[in-house]
Design a protein around this ligand. Structure first.
Ligand code: DGL
Length: 276
């Protein structure tokens, strides 16, 4: 396959645009086909089988459009079917998982108190149980499902501070946040809430995510397989969605603009993690 073939990136909806922004920053020459499945979002409150079926349909379609690699820009879809997708398709498939390792490593050997915020389905799948088992002997870890943080993004209410803060209150008021070291944003929709989390939490709470690590993993994989686009020209980004409304298109570009204005994503220098 030619190295100027596009990378196919998909999510249950708009959250994967946060990953797309990280990938574009690191690899601006790459052509990208992004697909958001907003007509079927959220995935996090569906059954694993429903999500699996959607993922197969979407990946079939991205490959039919010539994708050279697939990025599952969704922790939920990765937990449910990354293995099955890799068995079925021969192109490289990169998934995501909550950046729990990064959060625990930040303690540099000291036990950490970490809340993992993710979708209900991610937190109930075996993949997350296996990840948690690697760290829970040395650290204290809480699982916090936050499904409304997905629907707030999808319905275009992200800029409504009252709505967002009421959701954060609902999900986090029962924690003693003064005793927490970090909150892991284990869903790609939650990346858009970084500033809200920072304002909501005391300053010692680190807000951690795996987007930069995923972008690096995509880069390494393309580099190792000699598939990096070396044209030197800016790549093309195609954004499509199962919800054909103009609102979803507009929301998609607003979120991409927002991500390019967030300076933290310019560096991509932190040692972050994606799915291992
Ligand atoms: N953005 C997805 C994730 O990273 C899923 C959100 C949803 O549809 O529930 O898990």
């Amino acid at each position: 396959m030619a190295s100027d073939a596009p990378i196919g990136i998909f999510d249950s909806g708009l959250g994967g645009l946060s990953v797309t922004a990280s990938i574009r920053r690191l690899m601006p020459a790459e052509n990208i086909l992004f697909f958001g499945d907003s007509a079927h979002a959220p995935y996090g409150t569906k059954t694993a089988e429903q999500v699996r079926q959607r993922c197969f349909t979407i990946v079939d379609d991205l490959l039919a459009q010539g994708a050279k690699a697939i990025v599952i820009a969704c922790n939920t879809a990765t937990s449910v079917c990354a293995t099955a997708l890799r068995e079925r398709y021969s192109v490289p498939i990169i998934g995501m998982e909550p950046a729990l390792k990064l959060a625990c490593d930040m303690g540099r050997g000291r036990p950490q108190r970490v809340i993992v915020a993710a979708t209900p389905l991610t937190l109930q799948e075996q993949k997350f149980a296996d990840l948690m088992a690697r760290f829970q002997a040395d650290h204290t870890i809480w699982k916090q499902p936050c499904p409304d943080l997905v629907t707030i993004v999808e319905s275009g209410h992200l800029s409504q501070h009252q709505v967002v803060n009421a959701a954060l209150e609902r999900y986090f008021k029962h924690y003693d946040l003064g005793q927490i070291d970090s909150i892991v944003l284990g869903c790609t929709h939650f990346i858009f809430y970084r500033n809200y989390f920072q304002d909501f939490c005391p300053p010692q709470v680190a807000i951690v995510d795996g987007n930069a690590g995923t972008a690096r993993q995509v880069h390494n994989m393309l580099s190792e397989t000699d598939m990096l686009n070396s044209s030197g020209k800016e790549g093309h980004l195609q954004v499509s969605n199962s919800d054909p409304s103009t609102q979803i298109q507009e929301r998609s570009y607003e979120l991409l603009d927002y991500m390019s204005s967030v300076s933290r994503y310019a560096g991509l220098s932190e040692a972050e993690q994606s799915e291992s």
